[in-house]
Design a protein around this ligand. Sequence first.
Ligand code: SF4
Length: 349
Amino acid sequence: MLDISLVRSTLASHYDLTPSPELAASMSDLYGRMDRVVSPPEWAIYAPYVKAINDLKKKRNAVILGHNYMTPEIFHGVSDFVGDSLQLAIKATEVEADVIVQAGVHFMAETSKILSPEKTVLMPDMAAGCSLAESITAEGVEEMRAKYPGAPVVSYVNTTAEVKAASDICCTSSNAVQIVDAMDSDTVIMTPDQFLAQNVANLSKKKVVFWPGSCIVHELYTADDLRAYRELDPEVKIIAHPECTPDVVAEADFTGSTSGIIKWVHDHKPSKAMLVTECSMASNISDELPEVEFAKPCNMCPYMKKISLEKILYVLHTMEGQVEVDPDMAAKARLSVERMIDLSKKLGL
Ligand code: SF4
């Protein structure tokens, strides 16, 4: 476990991280991207970290891949590329950098390492896990294969390398229906998200059987809550992630992956929107969409929130937190991810 006292004493002896309104003012271009959601005093605290990280990135030839659920000072202040987990892993293969810092959770860093084994991949906090990735192991996949002989296994990208290696193909929340429909079998096993699988089953021609995992952020929303909210504010557009229950998805005006949600809000510019997903999503896009009022009910992911500017600076400084994946396992896991990418291209997704 990361020793936060050690992190702080190490950083204090190498960097001046005193809050500085002057430094903050000199970085107003960056602040302009988040000034609707980050107050000036907060920015004065963040600015020395943001400057130190951005300077150190150049020295290390490093890039930071920031997931859509990162807090605004990470998303806008230090990330070189932002997006959903698969967009970030594909970006990892394209960048020239020697070092990748994954501002996200552990399975994302593993996916980056699987697709870019020659690069050093750093996790700011190894304890940043995911309830979906932790819900199943390779034995779980074999259990499902034994129960449904001959059925292909489609695993969500929110899985460990071990589970990807044990699966036939991966999927994301944006391509899951098309990937399942393209399988050469009437029955398809989906792991590990029961709700994504049920939402896919409602749209697919296949019989979908699934592992009972769930996302602790999205499973908290209920259709009753959304109906009550809509009654209070009939103008609001409700936009859900497919990791929510089918009842919640049925109540939504649109359902999509994090990048799908961002695109929908940009395309439709509703006067009011409620994003039924992790809290930071609305904060991260609110500056570029000043005409949209974002309703605030949201749930935080405790794993994503383990990532901070302080921890990013520490791993870049020490080069600790390197993510390794056994090469044989990585090769098998890479096949599952590459099959998904190839099939998505073939299907024009
Ligand atoms: S939001 Fe849900 S799926 Fe995403 S990392 Fe957190 S627990 Fe996992």
